[in-house]
Design a protein around this ligand. Structure first.
Ligand code: GLA
Length: 729
């Protein structure tokens, strides 16, 4: 609900459990008053007015030294005119100044959720969301700034975006335009970021907000393996079930920065948006720049509720999943089975094994096109390698379909190898700075996706592939950007290339989505290097990590689950010893871990023993039986893999709380282990549950308060697992 009080200048945004309030203050400065658990009333009293030495006062304030932009909570911070904290907006004006000064001029409130042209954004039906637009103006710069707020009440979600309009007669350059500025008038917060590297993405890292600035960012051109564009600020004693916490995500897949500053007055300011590094956007007179969308959530009671609300919102109001809530086919992917070295017959053999085990989709990974026999050649030549696949894609697909399976295919549209027909024909299509020699990443170069002609070429290549009966595409992206410069842009627009690249990727993905609405696209970027809410708008699921080891995945999937829903997390059972770390884990455990994701297989099924095949067949059947509960149920992290607990446990509970699936994976074993009792969550205390159809009946209260004793046998051997299926009587 959005409320405006014209007399007091208050704007109040209520969601089911939270309230966000701001106010047009003196001199038409837009102040932030409050964000947190739901509250009624005018919270203006929270703003303190104080004369602080070395904090200047705006000209309009005259002799009033109690009013300073440096001291008061700003809704969208500026720079160069008296607020020395983190800026949200930095303009470079024709006179060379770097300032921005904003005053309120008006607002608009309407039902429904705003859209952003060319950018991913949450969507909602007219009756499920409201939009507030606040108009600000920098009169001296002739620049208008429009702050967009989307309120998705039921999910406690407040989305934000900003449009900057040049109303002057000369060009203005944007040096920074953040999507989000959030003032929290308290210092006692923790900052949680999700960090890592290739094959170890989104590991939570928690530290107190210290005086000064802490930030995470990416300047790699992708949202990155190293830091995720989702961060949390929370009370210092917050945990899964307790404490106020704030989640902030950027729906963006390129360079970003999320910074929190604890300032001299012990307030905390979070600013999130496109990374200012090498960002300089030219705004011609009349032109508009739109920032990517950011989304905020506040949970009054811990991370659990925060994640569940985010999962709901992302599942149904961000992803555009051709399957909707219907179960997706269980897949097998040939990458870790064959790498580049395969023939059509071998693929068909793997598919035949798969079909016999209940697997429904065969995905052909890298190596099927051009001269692609290793990392160094072929990218860009999106036509079939007839030596590997005689008769072309059509012939292979017919054979796969003959087994009763669907067919999926791997592509990496944004890339090219030097050894490719595409590069030989268009060497000028890559990102590269004139006078410099380009860097290689995985032996490949990045196509300049800011260019329409490049995108058009790739679009046509993709449509040739999609002319076949393809129901799934894995859209990969395997290197970071370097030498970022576009041949089609003048020098004063080169600061736009990073962002234009991302817009180009979105543009092509959108064209494909519009043309093939039934096609399921799985995003991938060397695993989880572009696992962000922006990509999820186009690719409803993303390969979570190239690390398929079940034990490492516990941590990766745990961190990922803070923001992203289970149905979006690409997870497969792979072979042992694991390709990435050599670890041995039981097949059962690999299944339990992959089941808390999209679920599939990525190994050579021909090499499995009969006993292993029976396990696979059981796993597939189990996943099919519980897919809706697993992917759409409320997700509870029962323990953290980073605590000292000798096991990791999590749980999915159906909306009506009549069903639950509990998964437990142990770490390395020890002799004579203590007894462990696992306390479940989210059940109905008054309902009676049966576990795996057993004799004993437990009330929800018993299992949540008394707990469930884990069998001692679970600790026999390393990395054991157990799944408990609870059904209410
Ligand atoms: C990336 C992906 C892998 C696989 C390879 C193919 O590394 O993350 O899953 O598709 O590329 O080259």
């Amino acid at each position: 609900m959005i409320l405006q009080n014209e007399t007091t200048g208050l704007f109040t945004l209520h969601t089911r459990n939270t309230t966000y309030q701001m106010k047009v203050g003196d001199y038409r400065v837009l102040l932030h008053l409050y964000y947190g658990p739901r509250l009624e009333g005018d919270l203006s009293y929270l703003v303190r007015y104080a004369d602080r030495s070395h904090s200047p006062n705006p000209n309009e304030a005259g002799d009033n030294r109690m009013f300073s932009l440096d001291v008061m909570p700003q809704e969208y911070s500026t720079c160069g005119v008296g607020d020395y904290r983190l800026p949200s907006l930095e303009l470079e004006l024709p006179n060379g100044s770097h300032t921005a000064n904003l005053r309120y001029t008006g607002c608009e409130i309407c039902s429904g959720k705003y859209e952003l042209e060319g950018l991913p954004a949450f969507y909602a039906s007219e009756d499920k969301a409201e939009t507030l637009v606040i108009f600000l103006e920098d009169a001296a710069a002739h620049v208008g700034v429009e702050l967009y707020y989307g309120v998705l009440e039921e999910y406690d979600l407040i989305t934000r975006a900003v449009r900057v309009v040049n109303r002057g007669t000369e060009p203005v350059y944007l040096q920074q335009a953040a999507s989000l500025c959030l003032e929290l008038q308290r210092p006692d917060l923790d900052f949680i970021t999700f960090d890592g590297h290739h094959a170890r993405e989104r590991i939570p890292s928690r530290s107190p907000v210290r005086p000064g600035v802490q930030s995470v960012n990416s300047n790699r051109g992708i949202s990155s393996h190293q830091h995720n564009p989702f961060v949390v600020l929370c009370e210092q004693d917050a945990n899964e079930d307790h404490g106020v916490c704030y989640g902030a995500m950027l729906l963006y897949s390129g360079n970003f920065e999320a910074s929190v500053e604890r300032n001299q007055l012990e307030d905390s300011r979070l600013v999130m948006g496109i990374h200012p590094y090498h960002f300089r956007w030219k705004l011609e007179p009349g032109a508009v720049f739109t920032t990517p969308e950011a989304a905020l959530i506040c949970s009054p009671c811990g991370f659990g509720q925060m994640s569940q609300q985010l999962h709901r919102a992302i599942r149904t109001n961000l992803r555009r999943d051709p399957y909707g809530r219907t179960r997706k086919p269980v897949l097998v992917n040939n990458w870790e089975a064959t790498y580049f070295d395969f023939t059509a017959d071998q693929l068909v053999e793997i598919a035949r094994e798969a079909a016999g085990l209940g697997i429904e989709l065969f995905v052909m990974d890298d190596g099927w096109f051009g001269n692609r026999n290793d990392d160094f050649r072929g990218l860009g030549d999106w036509y079939v390698n007839e030596k590997k696949l005689p008769g072309g894609l059509g012939a292979l697909i017919d054979r796969i379909k003959g087994l009763g399976m669907k067919f999926g295919i791997w592509v990496e549209p944004e890339m090219v190898n030097e050894d490719s027909d595409l590069y030989r024909t268009h060497p000028d299509w890559i990102l590269n700075v004139p006078g410099r020699v380009f860097s290689r990443g995985r032996g490949q170069l990045v196509l300049d996706f800011s260019r329409q002609d490049v995108r058009d070429h790739i679009y046509h290549a993709l449509t040739e592939i999609l002319a076949h009966d393809v129901s799934y595409v894995k859209w990969d992206m395997n290197r970071c950007l370097t030498e970022v410069w576009s041949a089609l842009l003048p020098s004063d627009r080169q600061g736009e290339v990073y962002h234009r690249y991302v817009l180009g990727v979105y543009d092509l993905l959108e064209r494909i989505h519009q043309d093939y609405p039934q096609l399921l696209i799985e995003g991938c970027c060397g695993g989880g290097g572009r696992f962000d809410a922006g990509m999820l708008y186009y690719t409803p699921q993303i390969w979570c990590s190239d690390n398929t080891d079940a034990v490492d995945r516990l941590g990766i999937q745990y961190g990922t689950s803070f923001c992203y829903p289970i149905c979006a997390i690409g997870a497969h059972v792979s072979a042992v010893p694991n390709e990435q770390n050599g670890r041995m884990t039981p097949m059962e455990t690999r299944g339990v871990v992959a089941m808390s994701g999209t679920f599939g297989y990525e190994l050579d099924l021909r090499r499995l023993s009969q006993a292993e095949k029976e396990i696979v067949s059981r796993q597939v059947a189990e996943f099919k039986a519980h897919a809706d509960l697993i992917q759409w149920g409320d997700y509870y992290r029962l323990t953290s893999p980073f605590d000292n607990t000798p096991y990791t446990a999590w749980e999915q509970v159906s909306e009506d709380r009549r069903e639950a699936l509990v998964s437990i994976v142990t770490g390395s074993t020890r002799a004579t282990p203590p007894f462990f009792i696992l306390r479940l969550k989210g059940l109905d205390p008054n309902l009676t549950y049966r576990i795996d159809g057993g004799e004993t009946l437990y009330t929800g209260a018993m299992l949540m308060t008394g707990g469930y004793p884990l069998p001692v046998s679970l600790m026999m051997g390393d990395y054991q697992s157990l799944q408990l299926y609870l059904k209410a009587e």
